[in-house]
Design a binder for this molecule. Sequence first.
Ligand code: NAP
Ligand code: SF4
Length: 667
Amino acid sequence: MTAYPHLMQPLPLGHVTLKNRVLMGSMHTGLEERGDWNRVAEFYATRARGGVALMVTGGMAPNREGGVFPGAAGLYTAQDIADHRIVTERVHAAGGLIAMQILHAGRYAYGKDCVSASAIKSPISPFVPRELDEEGIEKQIADIATAAKRAREAGYDGVEVMGSEGYFLNQFLVAHVNHRSDRWGGSDENRMRLPIEVVRRVRAAVGPDFILIYRISLIDLIPTGQTWEQIATLARAIEGAGATILNSGIGWHEARVPTIATSVPRAAFVDLTARLRTEVTIPVIASNRINTPEVAESILSAGNADMVSMARPFLADPDFVAKAASGRAREIAPCIACNQACLDHTFSGKLSSCLVNPRACHEVELEYPATDAPKTIAVVGAGPAGMTAAIVAAQRGHRVMLFEAGAQVGGQLNLARRVPGKEEFNGLVEWFSTMLSVSGVEVRLNTRADVETLRGFDVVVIATGVTPRDPGIPGQERALGYVDVLRGAPVGPRVAVIGAGGIGFDVSEFLVHAGDSPTEHPALWRAEWGVGDPATSAGGLADPAPSAPARQVWLLQRKPEKPGRHLGKTTGWIHRAALAAKGVRMIGGVSYDRIAADGLHVTRDGVPEVIAVDSVILAAGQVPDRALADELIAAGLTPHVIGGADVAAELDAKRAIDQAARLSAQL
Ligand code: NAP
Ligand code: SF4
């Protein structure tokens, strides 16, 4: 008897029955553009072997003008079809099903040839789109239908037509982007004509025995977005035009409301999917911030959806479904929704991967084969680097002992988990603990390893992490360290934080909140960000009503630039907006003169000033803790040094875990 009966139930879709209720949602990995089709095939086949019922590929452009960026992958030539066939055949051999997403970016296409309903630039693109004429619209429809037909030729089991997130089809639906007065604009009926016609023509191109997923925007989260009545009318028409199943789309990319970041409550938008389910007779898929089998099961058992879509969780763990099905859910590596190695990479032109699973998209080149020469390995420090090194080495068959001076494993992750909006780190620490135990690592807590302890091991890995940097500010003995603050040291009502890196932002977030974390209270979170109901306000926007800050915070840095510029590419704006909503003053170009009883003395633009605060907190970065590594080297040993103990600058868990995994893959 499975713990997740609804999740594991097959879903009949007419000509085909899905083996369970889990869809791997579309993700752009960057693999297709690199042209290594063996690698693309292995990425998807690995996930098919892991038991997911149906996967959707990253978005494929139907034509050059619709590609998200110049050179975006699409199915244009016989060679393209042959390349994609490598993927579909490998997936089918692994027992999976796969649909190709057709993504026309419209005005979000990053190039001067982009097209849309009207020549209105999006706030997140420098390019003004060309307004399509009647002939141009017909070409786009034909290209999308042709892409679907080619997907079938390439062996795909279906297509997903991307109709949400502010892309091309979504653009026609909304009055402020669609100013047309012909049969493609003006009335609701006219604005809906394009997506409906696209679905009708795609269905005609692929025939009845082919899955057609339509991703519909359930809440645009932009001013003058669609109303629920319009969305429901469109959903019924899309069903009538031949869609097999509807997937949920949440928010345009230009929306100023986070929709998938870690601070978004789990399953925050599922009520809208539940409402959609009452409007149509075809199955509907819930999406966004679903990352555990428990959450997925609760959505299905409550009747809120027929299927759940998870995308990033399949980067974190390709075996999500198999583990859930076999009573090993605790072993599922959790996606913490950080975006650090997936979306942040995508938007920097890098290959996607995953912070918790460096093998994601590197399946072919990073492997953890069983060793034929087991060694005794000591790992010192149970932060993300040390725990990963220990787990991977033990999984490969080495005998591993992990030494930790503290009373618990987790290292800096134990600080992150205290920050409101970072609750997902709890699950990550739990997962590491589980995997240490499952893989047979011997963990020695409250144990400070020394040269003598380590001398007898075949291999020593030092992952002793970092210590806070001493900024050398006169009077700093009056200040608190960020570690103490996050562990609960008392802080006054007016606070200056020295250092506006990731930790300065985290500490500030910690300080402005009192009581419940909005991430754990969806109603509170909606109020903070101004998420309303599309049934009562177009686009589903309401006036943000953030709760009063618990403290007045100044967040400072010396660099004369906007604080937070170097935070995550896709999440930095969320951190800045969240603190701005709490009245945090984020100031760059400050030099610190001294800390005194009356506050923090600084100089700004050559002018001395006193920031009158009760507490000053140091978050001025870190330096490597290499003491033990240096002792070992002096004693003639040759330890491997990883994580913050190796290089502290710009260290994050992503780099620590990746470095540790790659080391242990070779021991
Ligand atoms: P950091 O990102 O290196 O920031 C250190 C801050 O301290 C900077 O604002 C720096 O700005 C300031 N600083 C450096 N030297 C100083 C000195 N001598 N005196 C005064 N100020 C000084 O380090 P962090 O905030 O400790 O974060 C560590 C790592 O954890 C980072 O790589 C970060 O990416 C990661 N992290 C990420 C997140 C996330 O949300 N993704 C959250 C937490 C941590 P100035 O030099 O301009 O003053
Ligand atoms: Fe999830 Fe972060 Fe991994 Fe992306 S990098 S899949 S958000 S854990």
